[in-house]
Design a binder for this molecule. Sequence first.
Ligand code: NAI
Length: 350
Amino acid sequence: MKLSRDELKGLMKNKMMQAGLKEEHAEQTAEILTWSHERGYASHGAVRVEYYSERIAKGGITNDPNITWKQTGPCSGIMDGDNGIGYWVATKATEKAIEIAKENGVAIVGMANISHTGSIGYYTEMCAKAGLAAITFCQSDPMAVPYGGTEPYYGTNPISFAAPTADERNVVFDMATTVQAWGKILDKRSQGAEIPADWAVDENGEPVTDPHKVNALTPIAGAKGYGLMMMVDVFSGVLLGVPFGKHVSSMYHDCSKGRELGQMIIVMDPERFCGAEQFKKSMSQTCDELGEMKAAPGYGKVYYPGERAVMRRDKAYASGGIEVVDELVEYLKGDAVHFNRYDHKNRFAD
Ligand code: NAI
């Protein structure tokens, strides 16, 4: 079913308020979920609302958190989210980082004790829209093996970079450090299909093609992805004093308990480096040059990171709205806050 932006956002906001979330927190969470869904990241869109609603209703997301800010230096600080909804805390922390970077040239802002923050490209794009360059990374629940290992130790630990251009484009690179998300394994299970051998491993750390035998996901690019995944955890977990590595809480383990996750954002003002105007002009030039390059057979065009996501968004609205599966719309419009489906589920459950 196709929904307009306002319809989808409004339904998600209402459901999370029904679960007990404060209006301004629900509004911003729904905004970011819509941002992801309209860009084709359905895995980080409306499908998440039921899980969040269960966690909100059961107290594992603090509905009225005592969010505190501790400035630890001219350019650094930590926002403690008191396990409030991650989307709200990360938005506030990013606003703070933008303010500091505009004043002092650079900002390094940690977020401690937060819940899931969704598609983290949203936060770097906020910085690019303010004319700044940014990188953010965050923890997620352990489900990937370290290179050469047999046990899940790190999460899909995503990284996002963004930079503005001299025109309306923003380059937004935004990726998980695992080859595939867990949701893709579930898709293959439901289709009765095999998975490619580089997606996941079994209990002996051997590659598997049967999606039912998956014990852990694999990092992108072997040892290099493992290194990235580890350093994401070091910068957004170890450095912030929150649980790290295999001690990071599981998404579904206990919906009545706060997740205590960490995220870090680093924001830079190009004015303090080559100059804002030159930076933005060069960014436009580099995007143009990439786009004008002759594409390899079968590729059509060379895109800059984030370009296809914006194209998916524009295409959705040009063709009548955002596609949302019917059952999800029924749930969003219905009376039930949640169906008690997530609490205490194993991370690898269907
Ligand atoms: P993806 O694999 O779809 O894209 C990764 C990056 O590659 C994007 O920046 C995209 O623009 C770029 N890209 C893809 N195809 C391209 C092409 N043909 N040309 C140029 N650039 C191209 O993303 P992935 O890794 O599946 O992540 C999806 C979302 O999940 C992200 O928004 C991420 O933040 C989110 N996520 C959030 C987590 C959390 O715990 N908060 C954990 C893991 C992922």
